[in-house]
Design a binder for this molecule. Structure first.
Ligand SMILES: Cc1cc2nc3c(=O)[nH]c(=O)nc-3n(C[C@H](O)[C@H](O)[C@H](O)COP(=O)(O)OP(=O)(O)OC[C@H]3O[C@@H](n4cnc5c(N)ncnc54)[C@H](O)[C@@H]3O)c2cc1C
Length: 404
């Protein structure tokens, strides 16, 4: 049994803290604002275990200018941030080579198969099984061209055994009557899941952590340069799970990670005026609508502006405008807007593993678009690595050494 400090009380840090505690360790979680807003609160709530294709891909470079110029487009970039973004962007584009995509997809398929079972176990152990929605997801295409362009995505998914079914537009509308008839193609993915409300899940994990004797401390950790020391306390292990802020801590320990705050926006409509039965994915426009207990949440997009830039909620409004094209009866009134900082690596793989340089250090960050999905699987993997047991899946693709 070890004394372990976890830095970060997001869904990743809390899931890991619970798994480490269940393994018999003494665990203290540090967060500068344990009960404050974080990426784990306002996300789309998907347990997107069927989503195993990394975000970069061949030919992506040529799409970026068009996306940047489109005010309703899925990508925004603050020009002042470009110089700092360049190393990440270069690695992102390099990760789009077919061989890299194949390797990352295989790693994600293994992690997602693990996390699906681990989430069921974690929700059951924390009394939250009833918060899981196993209604699948419907991916929608406005144009034949959009569908044709996504064939690479579906081929990789098929190769990894992901089940999906192409539907006619009328079959899709029979499933989701609120949809516009102006749909060219639809694909149903039955294995996709979502939760009732990501913030409620996070709160349930926090309550479970407290109930199991895990300490929750308010402290901003500026550095982990001193081995085994966090906030002047001594630990045998330190687990960095600080979301988009993790790179600073990693650098203070003399290691390197490429991590960007990939900001995303959404609007939650408590009274959307329509019924939506499952998560809808608007493929060409790269955003989603999820029916949550707190309302219909519409959002996505990616904005690169650094950690400190103020939010630009016009991005959330743009997605709402687009959503009305797919869901003509949508009432956009009375929504709450939100921005979150996704901790994104350029190769779409989280960093999960032990430090090669310091025996006290371990990592669980960089989950990008899928941190809720991957949290439970990450918790299992890092707990096994810390215990020195044979891990459930090959941890090599997630090692921090890939950035050395
Ligand atoms: C619009 C949007 C939609 C999304 N939808 C989904 C989805 O549907 N499904 C999905 O799986 N994922 C989704 N994500 C991604 C997901 O939300 C994130 O990957 C996940 O929440 C990251 O969790 P985390 O615990 O690593 O980070 P966070 O939730 O950000 O938690 C990090 C914590 O670390 C603390 N911290 C940071 N630095 C320090 C420090 N130095 N000292 C002390 N404390 C510190 C912070 O205060 C924070 O509480 C979405 C993200 C966005 C933005």
């Amino acid at each position: 049994m070890a004394r372990i400090a976890v830095i970060g009380a997001g869904v990743v840090g809390l899931a890991a803290a619970l798994a480490l505690r269940a393994d018999g360790h003494e665990v203290i979680v540090f967060d500068r604002d344990p009960e404050g807003d974080k990426c784990s609160w306002g996300n789309a709530g998907a347990l997107a275990v069927t989503e195993i294709v990394p975000r970069s891909g061949p030919g992506l470079l040529w799409k970026i200018p068009g996306w940047l110029l489109d005010p309703l487009g899925p990508l925004a970039l603050r020009p002042g941030h470009l110089p700092r973004l360049l190393p990440w962007l270069a690695r992102f584009l390099a990760s789009g080579r077919a061989a890299e995509v194949a390797k990352a997809a295989a790693a994600l398929a293994a992690l997602h198969a693990l996390t699906a079972g681990e989430w069921r176990r974690l929700l059951a152990a924390t009394g939250m099984s009833g918060e899981l929605r196993e209604t699948g997801a419907l991916t929608l295409y406005r144009t034949e061209r959009g569908f044709a362009e996504d064939q690479r995505f579906w081929a990789i998914s098929r190769a990894h055994g992901i089940a999906f079914e192409e539907l006619t537009p009328s079959a899709a509308r029979a499933m989701e009557p609120a949809l516009t008839p102006d749909i060219a193609r639809a694909v149903f993915t039955p294995g996709w899941m979502h939760v009732s409300d990501p913030k409620a899940i996070w709160a349930g994990l926090l309550a479970a952590a407290r109930g199991r004797g895990i300490g929750i401390r308010r402290a901003e950790i500026a550095s982990i340069a001193a081995p085994g020391v966090v906030a002047d306390e001594r630990f045998e292990r330190i687990l960095v799970a600080a979301g988009a802020w993790s790179a600073r801590l990693v650098h203070s320990a003399g290691e390197r990670a490429l991590l960007e705050a990939e900001r995303g926006y959404n609007t939650t409509l408590p009274r959307p005026g329509i019924e939506v039965g499952r998560e809808l994915i608007f493929a060409e426009h790269h955003f989603v609508a999820t029916p949550l207990a707190v309302g219909l949440r519409i959002g996505g997009a990616a904005e690169f502006a650094g950690l400190a830039a103020p939010p630009n909620y016009a991005r959330a409004a743009a997605l709402l405008t687009l959503a009305r094209r797919y869901l003509p009866g949508l009432d956009p009134a009375g929504g709450t807007v939100w921005m979150g900082q996704r901790p994104s690596t350029p190769d779409s793989l989280p960093v999960i593993g032990l430090s090669p340089r310091r025996p006290d250090l371990a990592y669980a960050f960089g989950h990008g678009h899928l941190g809720l999905t991957q949290a439970a699987g990450t918790a299992r993997l890092i707990t096994e690595l810390i215990a020195g047991r044979a891990p459930a899946i090959d941890p090599a693709p997630f090692a921090i050494t890939r950035f050395a």
